[in-house]
Write a protein that binds this ligand. Structure first.
Ligand code: PXP
Length: 251
């Protein structure tokens, strides 16, 4: 089965809009757990625009499935992450002005830095994933710097319009999965995935984890957090069954 990582940054974004105490992303983590989330994902940004240090501390204590910390390679965040010891870290690029993570990490241009940083995390028993575009050079470089997993950026697929473009972007991701697996990497995917566009990803991509945030949190406003997570779990499960019984998908 494909595991579901629920990104709860958006709950913290709502809280920070008023600089108050509600809604608490820690409560969201508990409800996501009840809804069947396999992983809780948070991004402790350098500018602390949503998740706060206190959230990470509490999450570390209450998440018993798996905590995936998205982070930049800034020294301050590295120190915090090594102290907190989440089960997994995912390195992402971070720009202050962006609305959300815009593109994948450039691994090819910072190999030396990543080799050192990744080693420190692996030496501390923390699984390391890199969020990258489905680009051959970036995938191969990810394996060369010692990452154990890559999370392939599904943003271009999510933004594609029309069947032709969607199929093209899906093909790029499929090719990316193949290259990553043959380079010895485990493969995850995420960004921009919704209740409408996740089905084909599950049916066509042999990935281990899907990381989904905005769409789940948006639905949660209307149906509740636990139900929103459960509905995404069911959707993934149903499409996984289609994949398993379909002839044309190679798994
Ligand atoms: N994966 C990564 C690396 C991300 O940065 C984000 C956004 O925080 C997500 C997945 C989830 O994206 P979305 O909120 O669009 O589902």
């Amino acid at each position: 089965m494909i595991r579901l990582g629920v990104n709860i940054d958006h709950v913290a974004t709502l809280r920070q809009a008023r600089m108050t105490y509600e809604p608490d992303p820690v409560t969201a983590a508990g409800l996501a757990d009840l809804g069947g989330a396999d992983i809780i994902t948070i991004h402790l940004r350098e500018d602390r625009r949503h998740i706060q240090d206190r959230d990470l501390d509490l999450m570390r204590k209450i998440v018993f499935t798996k905590l995936n910390l998205e982070m930049s390679t800034s020294q301050e965040i590295i120190d915090i992450a090594l102290k907190s010891k989440p089960e997994q870290v995912t390195f992402v690029p971070e720009k202050r002005q962006e609305i959300t993570t815009e593109g994948g990490l450039s691994v090819t241009t910072q190999k030396r830095l990543l080799i050192d940083v990744i080693k420190r995390f692996k030496d501390n028993g923390i699984h390391v994933s890199l969020f990258i575009d489905p680009d051959k050079d970036q995938i191969i470089a990810s394996s060369e710097v010692g990452a154990q997993s890559v999370e392939l950026h599904t943003g271009n697929y999510a933004n594609a319009r029309g069947d032709k473009q969607c199929t093209e972007k899906l093909e790029e991701l499929k090719e990316g999965v193949k290259i990553a697996q043959s380079s010895g990497l485990r493969v995850n995917a995420g960004h921009g995935l919704t209740y409408k566009n996740t089905g084909p990803i599950v049916e066509h991509l042999d990935v281990e984890e899907l990381h989904i945030g905005h769409s789940i949190v948006s639905r949660a406003i209307f149906v509740g957090f636990k139900r929103a997570v459960r509905e995404m779990k069911e959707l993934i499960h149903n499409h996984y069954l289609i994949r398993k019984t379909s002839k044309h998908v190679e798994v």
